[in-house]
Design a protein around this ligand. Sequence first.
Ligand code: CP
Length: 339
Amino acid sequence: MVPDNLKHGLRGRSLLKDVDLTKDEFLEVLDVAALLREEKRAHHEPKRLQGLNIALIFEKSSTRTRSAFEVGAHDQGAHVTYLGPSESHLGHKESVKDTARVLGRMFDGIEFRGSAQADVEQLGAFAGVPVWNGLTDEWHPTQLLADVLTIRDHASKPLKDVVLCYVGDARNNTANSTLVVGAMLGLDVRIAAPSSLQPNAEVRALASDLSGKSGARVTVTDDVAAAVADADFLYTDVWLSMGEPAEKWGERIKLLLPYQVNAQLLRLTHNPNVRFLHCLPALHNADTEIGKQLLTEYDVDALEVTDEVFESSASVVFNQAENRLHTIKAIMVATLTGT
Ligand code: CP
């Protein structure tokens, strides 16, 4: 397959939320990513983005997403301009709409990471060039491309037979995206979370609608043991977001500890080949400032995943992290050069 000759023609398209891609388009981007991965590993990458300029707007910090856009663009011959939280007028002295129209005159593509989904939607509406959502409070679409590529790499069965179970705090962008992408692609997708931390009604309705078309089985429950039974992949994310009030941490940790991914939870899958996914960063030990503070203060060894599971052979989190590069590169190549 040649990325410059995409069957579904993504040139000029934006990725503002997961469902901006159809199932076939999503899978085709993964095929492009797998090809680009092969080319990179073979040290033979044609530079399909030569001479293009890409803006990277980060209102929030990032390790993987920023690095994937920068390295992916560089590998393909494009230049990037990083606009960090205090490095542009966006939102302070200039509206999103005006910024979109300015950047669209200078750049060939724009990545945006920030809180408001409305902001990335407005960039997409007014920039006139592809805009890619690098995470908002609602969706994390580039993450899910990497996640499904990782699932495809490690599953010994077709995607439609895969059981993917997300456990923990499910009232966030990664859980939302996991639910709707699983539903769109026809997986058996399950969310296990306390009732107060489950995806909202709008996200669940979208997943239900998508599952009607794809044949996916969609479950949202607080019964973690039932949810993980026969799972092929367990997926979790951090329990505490930056900016969360410190007085809420104790309560949140107590509520979520039954949903921690630990050896006992892996056993409850009854699947010796179950794999562990995490979008990272993870609080699995006290090797970080925040990890040390939380673990000392609340007398726990780990938060959303134990160190034992994180470091086990079940864990494919670093393959997943590497796939951020190949999939982000693929969405740039597909939307900037596809037919
Ligand atoms: N998973 C993810 O988005 O990682 P970063 O915050 O490091 O970009």
